[in-house]
Structure formats: structure tokens, C-alpha cells
Write a protein that binds this ligand. Sequence first.
Ligand code: 4AD
Length: 465
Amino acid sequence: VRGWTEVGALTEALRDRYVVVHGRAQTIRAVGKNMAFVVVREKGFTIQCVVTAQPDVVSRQMVKYVAALSRESIVDIEGIVSVPNVPIKGASQQVEVQVRKLYCVNKAMPTLPINIEDAARSEADIEKALQAGEQLVRVNQDTRLNYRVLDLRTPANQGIFRIQSEVGNVFRQFLLSEGFVEIHTPKLIAGSSEGGAAVFRLDYKGQPACLAQSPQLHKQMAICGDFGRVFEIGPVFRAEDSYTHRHLCEFTGLDIEMEIRHYFEVMDIVDRLFVTMFDTLNKNCSKELEAVGRQYQFEPLKYLRQTLRLTFEEGIQMLKDAGVEVDPFGDLNTESERKLGQLVLEKYGTEFYILHRYPLAVRPFYTMPCYDNPAYSNSFDVFIRGEEIISGAQRVHVPELLAERAQACGIDVQTISTYIDSFRYGAPPHGGFGVGLERVVMLFCGLNNIRKTSLFPRDPLRIAP
Ligand code: 4AD
């Protein structure tokens, strides 16, 4: 039980009630010696608290004390809810608290590296203010990330990470209801799971090891261990040398793996899971989405009740028809993916779709070639607003073929021998996918940088705070 009334719950219904409010002093403004205003913020909501010197109720000394409070200090306030005749500017709640008592629970330093109100302004708002000659500091991304605990206090960031929490929650609840088992695979592993150079290598008591680039190998081994359908929410490490808006060195992977008869069953899960997720976010996070939108304007995501599926060949044809040159057996680069996203939106009216049957050559070694044409594979990527959020596939469950494919992809088979051996004891056909949590939130909210949706981002240049 809370010992106070939440700021977001302070409405006219509480008129004349004596309440206890707890939060941060966002702004403090003295008017002469007898009055001070404190805007208190809690969880992104703000309330104006009025301290007025009155004999036997509030002393002048008290007003002086309040006027000297530092911004962002933690305060407890007791007082009476009142409803002013004029609309309140600069606070979310349209009532005030007439302060009787105010305790500073813990004070913040007098000057802070970031002013939360400046950090919360939209680009349009900043432009307007600058044109009007207002003095303000544009808070750049590095400064925000350097002082992330302050930056996280803006309403948009409060929204972003509550939306992120809901994405994980829907993922877990949906999969549990579909008979999936939540697993936790090791993050310290002997060899790279995705191949390539993007691996953090380390010394494991004298043995070479690395941080898992995905739960790929062990989630498949869990299928060999008869769990049937598994999922994991966990950290994924990539020693990326990518200085882009969408690559991190550590992100949160949402992974599934399941026994199948056809890889379309995996795409069916993508379809139902994500339509449920988007519906739930729109329903449960409307306030949060609104808060994000106030700072970073975006259009709600357009998606269909049944997710569009195109084959890679169909995608290539659409690009060709639009005059874009692409290699029919190569991977799509970022630009072609964006372009295809636009073409799909124009033709089918959706910003969320699946592209499947990729050329085998551009997929990881564990991907199952198509039975009818091994130049292609039973694999897919999923896109939001023209950017990849998921890659998935049917896996090779035949050990000899798996070893052959690993070798062909330049992987040291020795480092994954226990993985390949797992398939020698009898392995069912299976498939799955991996989603990047930060990318889902970034693209659902139409944001332009993945660092905005990572609580404490890790990129090639940043490991602090
Ligand atoms: O495409 P990726 O590398 O696929 C895998 O890891 C496979 N094991 C998945 C599978 O089950 N077949 O990564 C999966 C997703 C991407 O679609 C993207 O959303 C995200 O993880 N991702 C990244 N997110 C942030 N920073 C990075 N460096 C990312 N690399 C991939």
C-alpha cells in the first residue's frame, strides 16, 4: 500500500481532500517573500503545489526554505487539493495542492548537467522557441546518454521503457499460452553461434570462449532435449563495428524455437504474436505512446489483421519494377529494404510484413535449404517500416548436412562439435526466430535511433554509464 496519492491520480474528484504527494521538485519559483510554487513530478505526471505564508499555517521561513530547494530533489508534501479558475500551464494535472507541510527527503545538487524540461522538448518546440528568441540548450544525444538517469526522467523516456516492458510481457504471455516453455541458455559459450567476426572473445579459465551472439545453438539443443516449444528473453552480444542507428553491441533478444512440420508454422506464430502485440500496445499503452509522440512525432503503425507474406523473389521483382538494381541471390542492403518497405506500403497498405524463401548463400549455416531448390532456404525476415526486426528459419536437423554447411560457411566445426553431436541422438524438424527488443520499440514508435530504446546502450564507443 502506497503511503501517498500518486500525482497522476490527483483530479477534481479529490477537491478539498487532504493528500500526501511524493515526487521530485521539477521547478521551483518564488513570488515575493510570501509565496512559492513547486511543480512536483512523479512517473511523468506533474502537479503544481502552492506554498503561501499564512499565520499559524505556513511560516515565511517555510516559504524561504521551499524557494531555496534544488530542482529534482525528492519531496514529500502534505496539503489540500484545490481547483483554480484558470487552466494550469506547465503541469499535467489540472488541480493544485495548497501546501501545509513540505519535507525534502533527499536533495539533488544545485545545478544539474541536464535540465529535464529542455530534454523533454520536441524539435518543433525547440525551433519555435529559438525563433522567439528564447535562451535554451539543445540537449544532444551524447549528453543525454552520459547523464542517462536524468534523461530517463522525461515523459517520452518514461513512455518508451514502459512500452518496452509491455512488449516483453506480451511476448512471454502469448508464448506461455501457446505451450512454450521459458528457458535460460548460457551466455558464456565455447564458439561463435552466428559466425562472422562480430564476437566478443574472452578467456574462460585458460580456454578460448566468447559471449553468446544469440541463444541459437542452445535453444535448438533444448528442442533436442524434448521441450517441444521454447522461448527466451535474454542478452545478446555482438562485437559490431557498425556505427549505425540500429546496431548495438548488447541488446535484448526475444527468441523462440519449436518443433514443426513446415516452416510456415513459425511464420504463423510471428503473425499472431505480433498482431496481438501491436493491438495490446495500442490499447494498454495509449498514454505512453502519446507521451512519446509529444516529443518525437510519429504515425501509428499500419498493420494488417493477417500479416502479409512475400517471397524474396517477389520482393526482388517489386524492386526491379521500381527501377532498383538488386542481386537476386544477394542480401538486400539497408536502402533496398527501406525502398521495398515503401513499395509494400503503397501496394498493400501495411508497414509490417514477412519476406521469406531467402537465398541460402546469405543465411547462417544452420538454415535449412529449400527442398525443391537448394539455392533458396526455408527462412524469413520480418520488417517494420522498412527495417528488419526478426530473422527466422527452419534449421538443419540432419547432423551430416549441418557439419557440411558449417564448414562451407567457414566455421571451425570443432568449436561447435557438442552442438552438432546433439543432432546425432535423434533430432526432430524444428524452426524458430529471433527478435531484437530495442528494434521493435524503436520502429513501433517511429524513432530514429536504437539508443533511444536501450536503457543504457552499449555501442562500439560506449560502455558507460
Ligand atoms: O538476424 P539475427 O542476427 O539472427 C539471429 O540471431 C538468429 N539466431 C535468429 C534466429 O532465430 N534465426 O538477429 C535477430 C534480430 C534481428 O532481426 C534484429 O532485430 C536484432 O536481432 N539484432 C540487433 N539489434 C540490435 N543491435 C544489433 N547489433 C543487432 N543484430 C541483430
